[in-house]
Design a protein around this ligand. Structure first.
Ligand code: PSV
Ligand code: MN
Length: 426
């Protein structure tokens, strides 16, 4: 489904007067306090977040799954859905594929479809956490870390195949997330599991094209509940360093134990030039995969504070691969993704407002109160007019959720695809 540019313009007509009023007021206030509003808007407009192919259908839990109807049942339909979000928000210009769920049948046609929506192919993801039909070996007891040579080889081969598929589409990175670990003490030899993982990753890394990156994701628990082989950022960094310059750590916000200081992890990795990718979501208890910014927006802002500092100061760290990694049971997935994009942009915009010079001075003077005031001054600013302006200038809509509902997109998708279509995913 393509929304005509004229429909977008029409939709903006009813919002533009109110938007202009609040934007002009904020832009004036910010300019008067020395902020370069045009530069901030340009950065917001540039910021693109990949949508994973598995987030477009209803998420589920082990207790059930409640579809929303009109789910995309093919790769083509998944790309179309992201196209809709991108048209409205101008922020979702990339898709992250998961193999084997998303193996294209016709590469040329898929590439053409994506480029017709202005969507590029971001990191490709391998899947060694589920057994595939007709697979010779099982991942029940791990993949790259498995005690069996044959299982490890099968998992290595799969990752290499994922790289091949990504190359044909123009991707430039692979994300490896392993479910490997153990459920009971004694089940795994920790050292052997880590050693096997390192050796397996090195074999995959050897096949990585020169202009590619490998992202190594970590997670403390689930689906294994006693130990996870790549459990934290330190382990991921160790493995990335063991592989080489093109291997990086990937931070997923949900993959930390409660109250972990994620912003400090970000700072450490960026200082080392080793932060490669970022998965956004929010959580209350564990890897809840909730809408970004729905539970801890201040924590997200503090993380963006470090990301912005790192992007400005750690030139040795490459551009990051941004992705939303959320899934949900009770919302229209497309509306949920729009909300996540909004929250990401909000945190980014607020972090861009931080007066870095003043903060540095306050830190040098150990003026703790002032430091907090500076951060919170940025955080408490309502930056939504800046985000709306960035969207508007880029050809998107001023209010994406309202527009999505006004265009009645979900009902149109249900009409097109039916109520029972099911998307592959988590
Ligand atoms: C599992 O927790 C996970 O969310 C990982 O973060 C991966 O990125 C994603 O699923 C898909 O494999
Ligand atoms: Mn993730």
């Amino acid at each position: 489904m393509i929304i005509e540019q004229s429909q977008i313009q029409d939709n903006n007509k009813k919002d533009i007067t109110k938007h202009k009023e609040s934007f002009d007021f904020l832009a004036n206030t910010l300019s008067n306090s020395g902020r370069n509003v045009d530069a901030i808007i340009a950065k917001l407009a540039d910021f693109q977040v990949a949508i994973p192919s598995w987030a477009l259908g209803a998420g589920g839990t082990r207790f059930g799954r409640f579809s929303y109807g009109g789910e995309p049942s093919s790769l083509e339909e998944k790309i179309d859905d992201i196209g809709i979000i991108h048209q409205l928000t101008q922020t979702a210009g990339a898709i992250s594929l998961h193999i084997p769920w998303d193996i294209p049948k016709d590469y040329k046609a898929i590439k053409e479809l994506a480029s017709s929506h202005n969507i590029i192919f971001d990191a490709v993801n391998s899947n060694t956490f589920q057994d595939q039909a007709n697979a010779k070996e099982s991942y029940k007891f791990g993949s790259l870390s498995n005690v069996s040579n044959a299982v490890r080889d099968q998992a290595i081969e799969h990752n290499i195949e994922v790289i091949d598929i990504g190359e044909k589409l123009g991707s430039k990175s692979i994300t490896v997330w392993l479910a490997d670990g153990s459920n009971f003490p004694g089940q795994n030899n920790f050292q052997l599991a880590l050693q096997n993982t390192q050796n397996s990753l090195k074999k995959i890394y050897k096949k990585l094209p020169d202009d590619w990156k490998m992202f190594i994701e970590y997670k403390p628990y689930e689906p294994n509940f006693y130990s996870t082989v790549i459990r934290d950022w330190g382990t991921s960094l160790l493995l990335a360093n063991g592989c080489g310059d093109k291997a990086y750590t990937l931070v997923d916000l949900g993959h930390h134990l409660p109250n972990t200081n994620i912003e400090q992890i970000v700072a450490t990795l960026m200082m080392q030039g080793k932060l490669g990718g970022f998965h956004f979501n929010d959580s209350k208890y564990g890897d809840d995969d909730l809408t970004v910014g729905s539970i801890k927006p201040y924590a997200l802002f503090l993380i963006f504070n470090e990301l912005v500092y790192g992007m400005e100061n750690n030139k040795n760290n490459p551009d990051l691969a941004w992705m939303i990694d959320a899934s949900h049971n009770v919302k229209d997935p497309l509306e949920d993704l729009i909300q996540s994009l909004e929250a990401i942009q909000e945190a980014y915009a607020k972090a861009l407002l931080i007066d870095r010079q003043l903060l540095k001075m306050a830190q040098q003077n150990n003026d703790v109160v002032k430091c907090q005031e500076i951060l919170q001054d940025a955080y408490r600013t309502d930056v939504r007019p800046l985000i709306k302006q960035a969207r508007y200038q880029s050809g998107g809509v001023i209010n994406p959720i309202n527009a999505y509902r006004y265009f009645d997109i979900r009902n149109k998708l249900i009409k097109e695809r039916g109520t029972t279509s099911v998307a592959t995913g988590l």
